[in-house]
Design a protein around this ligand. Structure first.
Ligand SMILES: [Zn+2]
Length: 416
């Protein structure tokens, strides 16, 4: 019955990053996924058909529109076979990206919602037979690459790493941007964005880490090693500070997702970079003094990047689906904010609640100083669960867990 725009999909399912556990800043980790075939053993990508020369933008747009209609039907009927019919099945990493996002959405609290049509706005030829389509997605925009399969159908796809062209390094005094020729039109824009994002983090947090870091721009999903398909960007702490890295999916790709056309992809990407650089700044300028839990880390990053995910959180509050700070029923896999990185569903939504917890502390406990008072109390408090929060909250704010929890829930109802 619900008619919602497709943007909700990405607000709800995309987690902003995979962060390093605060306890082990020493190693660069990547989440391995044994079910994924290495890209080297994947079948050859679909080659453009010989009639490629006859393709006009209007003909291509019509073919792509047909594929998008099927894609929406697949989402609305939870039909993975239908989804596969419009996705390049010869590109294993790409197929995995699209299917995992589909499955994440279908199993979320918002699975079953009905999406309205996606409309092709314009198409643009890219190298190796790809066409980049700009799509209106319920008022939001997104860019997806398509290629024509042997039987003439248009399917979503992406190039292989080899097809991305020359590797490019852009170096400045703060970081090295590692990118590809494929992303030539956005490389300078992104360099400038990272410079501004770094400054925003420093201005809000009030401390300046002194290490240079690396930024890796990924124009496609299928760059080895395999990464989490539900992330847009992530920070990895290096064994040495100069090995710190932020990986980012480039705009004009399926992995990048949708964006508000009034803000542009630049606006969406900028706040994501601020988020990741907040993890970097915490790790290099605060971690020695404090201890923070996962929700505190993600909430701080969302707070500094000013990303309340208001639509998703309001909907969840109205539906009575507030993710509790500590799940009173516990169990082997508690569904609560205290375990936000291992939630089975609604991980994207958990970022919105993490923001709200930090914003609630900032607004009611004397600004970010209140947050740091709590981070110091967390450092000095052993234990787990409600008992742990009760002690740390009493130490920092003179409040019991029950008082804090009730105050936060009341604040959510008043502010969302
Ligand atoms: Zn994060």
């Amino acid at each position: 019955m619900h008619r919602v725009s497709l943007i909700l999909l990405f607000i709800f399912v995309l987690t902003a990053c995979v962060s390093q556990p605060a306890q082990s800043p020493g190693a660069t980790t990547v989440v391995p996924d044994p079910t994924v075939a290495p890209t080297t053993s994947a079948p050859a990508p679909v080659e453009p058909t010989p009639m490629a020369a006859e393709l006009t933008p209007a003909v291509v747009a019509a073919g792509i529109q047909q594929a998008l209609d099927t894609y929406i039907e697949a989402y609305n009927s939870n039909n993975v076979e239908l989804l596969r019919s419009v996705v390049d099945q010869t590109n294993a990493p790409f197929r995995r990206l699209v299917e995992e996002r589909f499955n994440t959405f279908q199993s979320s609290s918002f699975g079953g919602m009905q999406f309205s049509a996606m409309r092709v706005l314009e198409v643009k030829a890219r190298p190796h037979g790809f066409w980049q389509a700009t799509i209106n997605d319920g008022g939001f925009h997104r860019d997806i690459l398509f290629i024509q399969a042997g039987d003439g159908r248009w399917v979503m796809s992406e190039p292989t790493e080899e097809q991305l062209g020359e590797k490019i390094k852009i170096d400045n005094e703060y970081f090295t941007l590692n990118t590809y020729e494929w992303a030539a039109e956005v490389n300078d824009v992104i360099e400038d964005m990272v410079i501004r994002a770094r400054q925003q983090v420093i201005d809000v947090l009030g401390r300046t880490p002194d290490n240079k870091f690396n930024v890796y721009l990924r124009p496609i999903f299928g760059i080895t090693p395999p990464v989490n398909p539900n992330s847009l960007a992530w920070y990895s702490a290096g064994s040495r500070p100069r090995n710190d890295r932020v990986d980012i999916f480039a705009p004009f790709s399926y992995a990048f997702g949708s964006y508000d056309p009034n803000v542009g992809w630049e606006g969406e990407l900028y706040s994501t970079i601020v988020h990741e650089l907040t993890h970097w700044a915490y790790t290099r300028a605060f971690a020695q003094e404090y201890r923070i839990t996962d929700w505190m880390s993600e909430g701080l990053a969302e707070y500094v990047s000013n990303n309340p995910r208001r639509g998703a959180v309001s909907a969840a509050v109205r539906m009575g689906r507030i993710i509790p700070l500590v799940d009173p029923n516990g169990g082997v896999r508690p569904q609560d904010m205290d375990h936000m990185t291992t939630l089975e569903v609604d991980r994207g939504l958990a970022y919105g609640f993490a923001y709200s917890l930090v914003a609630y502390i900032v607004e009611t406990q004397g600004g970010l100083d209140g947050f740091w008072r709590f981070a110091a109390a967390v450092r000095d408090t052993p234990g787990t669960g409600i008992e742990f929060y009760d002690k740390a909250l009493q130490k920092a704010f003179g409040m019991t867990y029950e008082e804090f929890d009730a105050g936060w829930r009341q604040w959510l109802k008043e502010n969302y």
